[in-house]
Design a protein around this ligand. Structure first.
Ligand SMILES: Nc1ncnc2c1ncn2[C@@H]1O[C@H](COP(=O)(O)OP(=O)(O)O)[C@@H](O)[C@H]1O
Ligand SMILES: [Mg+2]
Length: 496
């Protein structure tokens, strides 16, 4: 029997667990992590929400599962999942980059504490836990009994992620470990499971997952019995390439991408249809459509205050939202959607078909918002904006390439659903405008060199309102070459 399978776990109540000696090192380490959302904010307090030793005390290495509440000076309170390795100091050289600090007192005195996911033995243990479902204190491990999980595949971390941490096991499975966690099922577990049950093969089906059940909920949340989703294991699509990289390669080669865009439209439509069949749908009445438009208008006003370059276009952009508020006598159909769809969330698999991944939605939005039904056109607008981003990251800018892809995507979508999203221009324009405004705020905060990309869309979208006036030409692309990623990652700070 493996070390993991024979291991006895111990759950300690927060009061009994000495975060004390760990606190200074975690305070220094957390803000340096890519996935830490509170960058730039002073941490006022760390709070232990839950602690579970996943290996018996005294094991070498030890594995400590923590949920830690982080309170910041601006009043925000988030909850993070940490998996800490513990070994007698010093760490073996291969683990040195994973070091968090040395404990000088408490039960770990004389031990090095390190990022547990960086230790192949501990990563293997986590997979072993998922293979053998059951509870460990507040942690509950579950799996699909019909989906095999290999016993000892070699783990390796996925590089380049920003919001979570993933491990790839032997090229057969990928485990996404969520870092910032909330009460309530994460849509990245909920939606792929619903799609798998509905027989939709466009999304890798979760084979195992783990959650925490905390009677009191994490700090900053409400008292709730809703579990927090902590990790999801799914098949790794070996040999796949993400849609953003593929699009950039095609652009660099001067090659067409419309066949792929068309197929992507079909794949998106299949996923939307399956979600609408599997989960509740609603029709947003005129009052709700007006509220939707009011929310977009408020986001625009806040963004104009922050990004003065938007100011000349504010009236034109607002026109898109006014038109939405005025046009919805018949209401807007809403359903569960992807929520953050762009080329970087698609994988073209080795057999040439498209898969959609990462159903978390925009992590900066509250979980309850992300789980609400929304018009499917929100996803379509996200993908249309993504073709524009790809074309504008190419030098020279390739407008015809973007236009052709946008049209092909909509045609593919219509082929599957029988309805072309362009037949509802008011709704599509409102969502594209809202997305471009979001992008402008993101780029101005985090990547000012990229602000020209949403600004070009903003000129185009505002101009539709005032066709008589000629708008200035888009500014040239920035210096430098390859784009770091397809679309703005959610801002580090929650949107105001
Ligand atoms: N099932 C999978 N098969 C192959 N690669 C995957 C799979 N899931 C995720 N990836 C890779 O991991 C990256 C990050 O995954 P994603 O779920 O989008 O995480 P994040 O929330 O950090 O954006 C993807 O862009 C893709 O390259
Ligand atoms: Mg992603």
């Amino acid at each position: 029997m493996s070390e993991a399978a024979s291991a006895r776990s111990r759950h300690s109540s927060p009061a009994a667990v000495p975060l004390g000696p760990l606190e200074p090192m975690l305070r220094a380490w957390l803000p340096r992590q890519r996935w830490f959302a509170g960058k730039g904010r002073a941490i006022t307090r760390l709070r232990l929400v839950s602690a579970v030793e996943l290996l018996p005390p005294g094991s070498t290495p030890g594995l400590l599962h923590l949920l830690v509440g982080v309170d910041c000076a601006d009043g925000t309170a988030d909850c993070y999942q940490l998996l800490l390795g513990v070994r007698p100091a010093p760490l073996p050289p291969g683990l040195a980059p994973a070091l968090i600090g040395h404990a000088e007192r408490g039960p770990y005195a004389g031990h090095a504490v390190y990022e547990g996911l960086g230790d192949p033995r501990l990563a293997a243990l986590l997979l072993e836990r998922l293979r053998a479902p059951g509870s460990h204190g507040p942690l509950r491990f579950d799996r699909d009994p019909d989906a095999p999980i290999p016993a000892d595949p070699a783990p390796r971390p996925l590089s380049g992620e920003q919001t979570n941490s993933s491990l790839i096991y032997g090229d057969s499975h990928i485990l996404k470990v969520f870092r910032r966690v909330w009460p309530g099922t994460n849509p990245d577990l909920e939606l792929p499971r619903a799609l798998a049950s509905a027989g939709c093969a466009r999304v890798p089906a979760p084979v195992a997952w783990y959650e925490a059940e905390l009677p009191a909920g994490p700090p900053g949340g409400h008292r709730t019995a809703e579990p927090l989703t902590l990790g999801v294991l799914q098949p790794y699509l070996r040999g796949s390439e993400d849609g953003w990289q593929l699009a950039l390669r095609r652009l660099a080669a001067g090659a067409d991408f419309t066949a792929e865009a068309h197929a992507l439209g079909r794949a998106t439509a299949e996923v939307h249809s399956a979600l609408a069949a599997a989960l509740p749908t609603v029709a947003l009445g005129p009052a709700q459509a007006a509220r939707l438009a009011a929310g977009m208008t408020a986001r625009l006003a806040a963004t104009v205050r922050e990004v003065p370059a938007l100011q000349p276009f504010e009236d034109g952009l607002r026109g898109a939202f006014d038109a939405l508020a005025a046009s919805r006598g018949a209401g807007v159909p809403a359903q569960r959607i992807h929520g953050d769809l762009h080329l970087g969330q698609t994988l073209r698999t080795a057999d040439g078909s498209w898969a959609l991944i990462d159903f978390e939605g925009e992590p900066a939005r509250p979980l309850a918002d992300r789980r609400r039904p929304e018009p499917a056109v929100r996803d379509i607008a996200g993908m249309l904006r993504s073709f524009d981003y790809a074309a504008r990251s190419h030098r020279p800018f390739a407008p015809a390439w973007a236009d052709a892809c946008r049209a092909a995507f909509c045609e593919g979508y219509a082929r599957t659903t029988g309805r072309d999203p362009r037949e509802d221009p008011v709704l599509l324009r409102a969502y594209e405008t809202d997305k471009a405004v979001y992008e402008a705020r993101y780029e101005s905060r985090h990547r000012p060199d990229w602000l020209h990309v949403p600004m070009a869309a903003i000129r185009r979208l505002a101009e539709r309102e005032r066709p008589a006036r000629r708008m200035p030409h888009p500014s040239p692309p920035p210096p430098g070459s390859a784009a770091p990623h397809p679309h703005p990652k959610p801002p580090r700070r929650p949107l105001a």
